[in-house]
Design a binder for this molecule. Sequence first.
Ligand code: R1P
Ligand code: URA
Length: 299
Amino acid sequence: MKATMHDANFPKDSSGAVYHIGVKPGEVANRIVTCGDPIRLRRFATFLDPSPKPFELVSSRGYTTITGCYKGVPISLIAIGMGVAMVDFLVREVRAVVSGDLAIVRFGSCGSLSPELPVGSIGVPRNAMTISTNYAHFHGDESLPPYVFSPPISSDPKLHQVLVSTLDSAVASSTCKICPTELHASADCFYSSQGRIDPQFKDDNADFVPQLLDAAPEVKSLEMETAHLFHLASVARHAKISAAACHMIFADRVGQEFIDPLVVAELEPKVGRACLDAIISFPLSDEALHPEEGSVWEI
Ligand code: R1P
Ligand code: URA
């Protein structure tokens, strides 16, 4: 941390930059494509218009923000790392520095619980639920369930539809199916609360997948951030946040296959470009950054 922060409740420095992402007003667009991995982000950042020159910031907390134009429309690409906390900082701190409505598309990776979602295909969930470690089970009362499943939380139906049709026309192939699904689940961990067995820990998850499918038979895939993104969009006050997500299937959690890195390298730019095309075609009523006003973000 370099600058002095003001306001312990919502820390910002004297330029208005937020504590963890490091951006200030004028440096983030109303349309955002987010992913975990900064290398993935850079694979599709190359599609941004060369002018105005994109703004770029890597924060000390591991966020990479690139803001520029795509086909003339202001857009931000933000890599966040992993987990609920990181997506929470993303949505809240971006909300604090951008006025007007926000549209956010998450482009992630996930594990599949269903043969309908083979490795190398793309899941596009309409709804997502959360899976949380129930600490009360481990540190109080073992009769309580070790993991808590939330009800489903909806994506923005219009943004979901735009994303499905863009992926269908730009990415679908004989080896890459685009699979809209009813329900996805986001867990607070990669291992225990996604049902991975780790003999080094008492995770009480031997029957995790059957229990999850019993509680939520429609769930087809598992990752770590999407449901919290949908949650924050659904509880946003004042201006609207529209959120949708697509996930590359990296892991077959039934057959144990894991994706080949060459397939990832081929898929990422295609899916990333489709996310950019989808988000610029989504109607937003109120946008703060206008490229014709000069490159607010140019440094
Ligand atoms: C785990 O390997 C990470 O991959 C998935 C999970 O949600 C978690 O963040 O998403 P990303 O590929 O976007 O990072
Ligand atoms: N990301 C996850 O969170 N889980 C998987 O199985 C694969 C990617």
